[in-house]
Design a protein around this ligand. Sequence first.
Ligand SMILES: Cc1cc2nc3c(=O)[nH]c(=O)nc-3n(C[C@H](O)[C@H](O)[C@H](O)COP(=O)(O)OP(=O)(O)OC[C@H]3O[C@@H](n4cnc5c(N)ncnc54)[C@H](O)[C@@H]3O)c2cc1C
Length: 390
Amino acid sequence: MVDFSLTDTEREVRDWVRTFVKKEIMPLEPEVLRRERRNEPGLTHDELKSLQLKAKESGFWGVQTPEEYGGMNLSAVMSALLEVELGRSFVQFRFGGYADNILYDANEEQKKRYLEPTIAGDRISCFAITEPGAGSDAKNIRTAARREGDEWVINGEKTFITGGNEADFTMVFAVTDKEKGADGGVTCFLVDRDQGWRSEYIDTMGEWGPASLIFEDVRVPHSAILGEEGKGFELAMRWIGRGRYMLPARALGACERLVEMAIDQANNRVTFGEPIANRQAIQWMLADSAVEIEALRWLVLNAAWQIDQGMDSRHAQSMAKLYGGVKANEIVDRVLQIHGGMGYTRELPIERWYRELRLLRIYEGTDEIQRRTIARNLLKRHVSISGTLG
Ligand SMILES: Cc1cc2nc3c(=O)[nH]c(=O)nc-3n(C[C@H](O)[C@H](O)[C@H](O)COP(=O)(O)OP(=O)(O)OC[C@H]3O[C@@H](n4cnc5c(N)ncnc54)[C@H](O)[C@@H]3O)c2cc1C
């Protein structure tokens, strides 16, 4: 039976994060906005680290990291609930003690070199599959790794890589067998920046830019392979899969906060002698947003719950990602509308969220790609339209 009531401990954990966001994160918002307006990072690396250490003092470290690596190993449902709380601020805070899920596939030596320092916050990773000629169609990547003795020589260009300017190593996906392609011919390599790749900043409508990564005859030893040779595409899909309920969870938190702002504005702003809250046009925008937030909450929790049950959650995750992206954009637009001209200014963070939430419809699988997955599952009768409860 699906039961989302929280135990006392779960509620305590959630409430601790809620308070932390209110006391430690939200007060930083005005300064973060000012810095971003000057094209500076909202939080410096050191500031982020010191906030993470503060959270660590209360045990909040490595939310989904296994206990043997010092993490909390929380369930997917709890992780999603915490992400909602973090999403209530646009400050880009995340708990420390995190490493990409696929780094756990590393061998013992690689774990010491990449996984453990990443969890400790001493190394920064980036995930590089997208190329100028291959985004949604990731199977079409052209970056190639050629074997020479005990080395591989990597050539190609990656694009739109989050953290690509800051990372000191990358998990890069390259074709190692052209004939097999994504079906056994793509391999993931762990490559340090000082092994020869370089990055170039890409200016976007968001507050921070991803990067192009350029590989020109970058030589790495055979031991740089993460997982197995030829099994890279599965790793890439697993990495992308981890975000399809967490991204909409974060957007859900943003929507809750935005609608709270809209409620205040509706009650306070007087036009033609009455608060705009008295107008049906405004009420309906609030009502539609509330219904959609509630629906999104259940989609996110259902996807997370399926993961915790060990079920194949891909369909549920695609639904949460699609709905979250589309609805968060509609909701932020309504909230901006309710604020009138002020909503369009940079004095308020609404326009910032407006730009940030737009990304959700593009990365880690566009709306169209989620719809493609959902439709395909239905047409091939992999899933029932009646959902998991039948
Ligand atoms: C800020 C940002 C950060 C990113 N971070 C990373 C990262 O860290 N690592 C990484 O590897 N990538 C990253 N990406 C890349 C991102 O995943 C791709 O941009 C995304 O998958 C879409 O690929 P594309 O841009 O090539 O668009 P395309 O694939 O060219 O798509 C263009 C349009 O066509 C539509 N379309 C494509 N195929 C179909 C189809 N079969 N049916 C219907 N419509 C279709 C798409 O939905 C889209 O609307 C990032 C992108 C951005 C913008």
